[in-house]
Design a protein around this ligand. Sequence first.
Ligand SMILES: Cc1ncc(COP(=O)(O)O)c(C=O)c1O
Length: 414
Amino acid sequence: MVAVSVAYGLSLGCMSAIPGAWRRTAAGAGLLAPDGAVAPTIFAEMSAAAVEHDAINLGQGFPDEDGPAEVLEAARAAIANGANQYPPGRGIPDLLAAISEHQQRFYGLAVDPASEIIVTAGATEALTATLLALIDSPDDEVVVFEPYYDSYAAAVALAGARLRTVPLRRPDFQPDLERLAETVTDRTRIILVNDPHNPTGVVFSRAVQDEIVRLAEKHDAVIVTDEVYEHLTFTGPHVPLAILPGAAERTLTISSAGKTFSTTGWKIGWIHGPADLITAVLTVKQYLTYVNGSAFQPAIAAGLRLPDSFFTDATATLARKHEILGAGLRAAGFTVNAPQGGYFTVADATALGGSDTAAFCRAMPERAGVVAIPMSAFVSAEHQKDYSGLVRFAACKRTSVLEEAASRLAAARW
Ligand SMILES: Cc1ncc(COP(=O)(O)O)c(C=O)c1O
């Protein structure tokens, strides 16, 4: 991951003397400097730069508009009606039922609400609890597709496993099937699949999905999916790996409400899969947060039951925002990879002199008044050069904000 120059405050001098798992977590995330200091994430650094330069923040992936009024109102009503204490450990029955109904309605998946689902503090907790629960030895390997969402490498390191990566390269960001087959071995405990994918915007082809399931069966690995962008695909309906033949019995499906309902701050996520695997994850999860979001859980249950039109409109709205952003980036001289799903558009800044992407992104707030994230933030140190020039822009912002960002980028001198 990209080395970040800013370091956390006053305690730095003593950090290297503090023993504990924090060190391997920071190292996994690429945040550990050679002198033992720990740096903030690139997201924190770039958000601070946005404030300093009054720049438009297309860095972190959170919407700048509220989600559906019914969902917000349901949370207010839940607080007013006393949903303010610990909910049950697995989640409130109404949300468990709504998740089960949702999986049946959209994917034809039958999921038992009582034994096969847990509500979590976002997809992030579901993922970390799963890794902590299922990793048992430093020889265990977790296969991920690189670039990867930044919590993956940190959580794999915290769990004490080895990270194995399969590259997603331009032009289409689909993985090479031979490379995938070489990477998954009998040491692979988990294949972690984020689809639709952050940051590349790729939706994996059916051939890739089939190969993941075949390899998981062959090597007796668990498939863990991260489907937080499941309702934001622009090339056709989302296909969860769990519906593929042979997959359900070895797949833990993770998703969350944040992206679908523009409620990223509520941190309501979930995980479902075979009851024994779910019990294993619950065993760890109950000692992380135990529970969360008592008033938000009924609200997300209401959201999951919204009519189909809500979901199709949300996809169409985001697709339109990507078009506006993409057109603006092209006009400013970037080469744009149109995303197939998710919040992000990836653009190549090489023609603008941005082949050192981290330096380019650090200069962008002052030069252009726009903040974005270098792809290097999602790539391990040894693979940085394969992604030079690539910048990730969040499209989940108001149209007027995207238009202003585009005109600032077009006017900038590089
Ligand atoms: C791929 C991916 N997974 C997980 C998350 C985090 O989800 P949550 O906020 O539900 O923890 C994000 C948020 O950006 C993401 O992009």
